[in-house]
Design a protein around this ligand. Sequence first.
Ligand SMILES: [Mn+2]
Length: 326
Amino acid sequence: MIAVPERLVRFIQDHDSFVIAGHKEPDGDCIGSCLAMASFLRRIGKQVQLVSAGPFKRIEIREYEPLFGTAAVPEALSGSACVLILDCSNAGRTGDVASSFEGLPHAIIDHHATNDASGPVDFVESASPATTLLVQSIIEAIAGSVTPEEAELLFFGLCTDTGFFRHLDDKSAESFACASRLVAAGANPKKTFARMNGGKSYESRILVARILTRMNRWYDGKLVISWENLEDTQEFGLEGRDSDILYQLIQSIAGVEAIVIVRQETETNCTVGFRSLDRVDVSIVASAFGGGGHRQASGLSIAGTIDELIPRFVESFASQFPGVEP
Ligand SMILES: [Mn+2]
């Protein structure tokens, strides 16, 4: 069991109305955490508003978009109100929705390595592979157990952030114990896997192929970088994107230790995904450019073009591959 701060338990018990917000560009961990927390709070008699800045780009979370508002409605909050910020290293990560709940007391519940939140009721565990595990701990601490619906949502989030347990190592017994309780409560691994990995379009596989053919290697093949440009987005749309399978395929190449995928989002801006295996800490590289995340998975939004940015990323990996020429 992950120990839940007593002050957070009291914070939840002492408030009547909750705004729940996750990060912009939500993923399964973010959405699963928000929805399971909302379900739990409602069943203990609390009032809940779910908000998200979106966009809901990933197919596997799209069905949940209608459950989220685009701003908190303060007039609709009754009694003492507060905000739970989930799966975010800071309140700003919630995006445009943040201004709608400014001024309300909040608790940050998160597992990002780059989180430096230090509020009196914040619950930050960078050792936890998913925020859903922290939400599960909160529900179990207060209510004893999760409902079948909550179990499914929490399992979905855990599977998202662990790559269906692929990223867990020999220190992960606790995560598997939590997963076991979720399955006992009604989560179905087989169905969750099919939901997360099936249903892709033919075109999205063509896009994966295209990005693979653009790979370049540096540092004796330890670093692989590829990219996606505005024309690709025009042709395939955001729906075509499937980073997870791309990273999986590139990680399976012998000798690869780090991967960077650069996406030109507008004429002047790129988003960047970083992944690594074992030794390399990509959160250091992402942080150097203003991004953040985890040791093995980080992200970044940055001004610039693909051609300008790639040489800068290559250079910054020198610290991760000491003694190896780019
Ligand atoms: Mn997460």
